[in-house]
Design a binder for this molecule. Sequence first.
Ligand code: UT7
Length: 329
Amino acid sequence: MPKTFAAITAVGGYIPEDILTNSDLEKMVDTNDEWITTRTGIKERRILKDPTKATSDLAVPAVQQLLEKRGISAEDIELIIFCTSTPDMMFPATANILADKIGAKNAWGYDLQAACSGFIFGLTTGAQFIESGKHQKVLIVGGDKMSSVVNYKDRNTCILFGDACAAVLLEPNKEGLGLQDSILKSDGSGGKFLNIQGGGSLHPASHTTVDAGLHYAFQEGRSVFKFAVTNMAEVAHQIIERNNLSGEDVDWLVPHQANKRIIDATAQRAGVPEAKVMINIQKYGNTTNATIPLCLWEWEEKLKKGDNLILAAFGGGFTWGSAYLKWAY
Ligand code: UT7
């Protein structure tokens, strides 16, 4: 019997309408378009302004689009893995909230927390349920309403993040297409450089935690940059080498969009020219768990069956990883 691979068979995405440009940010903090553009590559980001809407509301239109494209109903979904760092609430899981909102009555699900590496962790985890034969239709969602945890008075972080969501459907494939390999890594000693400390069991929400700004995303950018630029590039190189590929065999590099300089370093180490690198950081900034599936969504029409894709990410935790996919449609 041929081996069962877990293949992506549909992609859906959603970006909120409101745009926050570099010139808007110039009016909010001491920054400028030139600094942001040269240091990060970002020109604008999308913001979900409606205060009554949460991360699950970004996911609903993304998943509905995916279901329509694939021609299936929400009731066909068996498992939802929601990769997010900005869940609607502490619990229940945003996966459960989403299932209820879209009518995925036959699905179970859970949230996966691996910061910006979440989608690659989720893809690898979800693939296990397909490869084992346990499930036929697994939804991997990557979404964040980063604007809910960004301090728009902190120029170190507010220029970086945006809101978005994208999702992929995993189904069994007997032709050898789909997820071929992945390398996942973590190093908890990096947690101090990138985190949200407030609201957990260590620092439960209180007036003190609010006054200290502990509910905002904190990042020591320079330290994170050093780890990200080496580890993301290295893990992408490693997966290419271990699968006996060269940069030329890679049709698309799909990097997490945190900083254009990190993307460039990863592409260089992987030996992949910029024309084959998915880059949309200029339009959306860092959308955390959404960056990689959002790229797949934007590039979907250019992808061909059998294309070799290398995904790579680095994020809080620290977490990082890379995946090798053969595109299935
Ligand atoms: O996605 C999860 C993983 N995250 C990442 O991979 C992000 C990694 N880090 C980075 O991308 C970069 O470190 C940043 C884009 C966050 C910052 O760039 P940097 O080149 O590392 O700048 P820096 O933090 O070292 O700051 C350089 C200077 C400082 O001034 P001094 O000390 O040299 O006088 C900052 O105060 O730039 C200043 N600065 C700014 N200036 C204008 C910091 N933020 C800003 C700003 N506008 N928004």
